[in-house]
Ligand binder design. Sequence first.
Ligand SMILES: CC(C)(COP(=O)(O)OP(=O)(O)OC[C@H]1O[C@@H](n2cnc3c(N)ncnc32)[C@H](O)[C@@H]1OP(=O)(O)O)[C@@H](O)C(=O)NCCC(=O)NCCS
Length: 218
Amino acid sequence: MTTLYGIYGAGGCGRGILPVAERMLTVSGGPEYELVFIDDGSGSNNVNGHRVLSLDEFSDEADALSAVSLAVADPRVRQALAARCEQRGIAAFSVISPECVVMDEVQIGEGAVLSPFTTLTSNIRIGRHFHANLYSYVEHDCVVGDFVTLAPAAHCNGNVVIEDFAYLGSGCVIRQGTPGDPLVIGEGATIGMGAVVTKSVAAGTTVVGNPARPIEAR
Ligand SMILES: CC(C)(COP(=O)(O)OP(=O)(O)OC[C@H]1O[C@@H](n2cnc3c(N)ncnc32)[C@H](O)[C@@H]1OP(=O)(O)O)[C@@H](O)C(=O)NCCC(=O)NCCS
């Protein structure tokens, strides 16, 4: 019996995640499996040698062990895909690169993607469907909400709270908070690529630059 694992999204994000999932499953051993893309609008039935199924087709072929990893960087889109999977009773699985480093006392919710060369240091709590792309890190004593994305090389220092649906762009750096006074990246905030964030960022705000400022205030 072959267990089907789905990477939901055959775009750039998914094509970067599927090989990591393949390597993880190969290293960990376990039952026979097939990795497929799930994409409802791909227009192709094969991408990089893997079948592309609609969610309904995946659902029809799935067995009790089958699960999906959501491969879309946009936090709100990822939430919508999670809801579609939950409605069909399809479980989520985490893609954890054998090349990532997770230190002590890290709690992490379902459906995470930890790409190669990411690091989570110690005493960190992270919610559901977290994405940490290549070379990003989260330092000690951070609390991270649900559906948070760290783009490649996003660097989050210690004692920072990142609320749900925040997106940290490529190469940004977040200054550390203190134990009683964390720096807060508000719900749904977007941190532009390369931004140097020295203060808390209000919910729903996009900031850019060094020091980071709201994009409309440049
Ligand atoms: C910040 C960001 C979200 C803004 O996107 P947007 O709302 O579409 O904004 P625009 O591209 O229209 O840019 C608006 C202005 O801000 C400037 N700007 C955009 N991003 C910027 C950044 N990261 N730093 C400094 N200035 C930036 C643009 O040059 C433009 O300036 P102008 O008005 O003088 O021409 C986006 O540029 C960004 O940084 N996204 C993250 C990208 C990333 O990390 N991708 C990883 C893929 S794996």
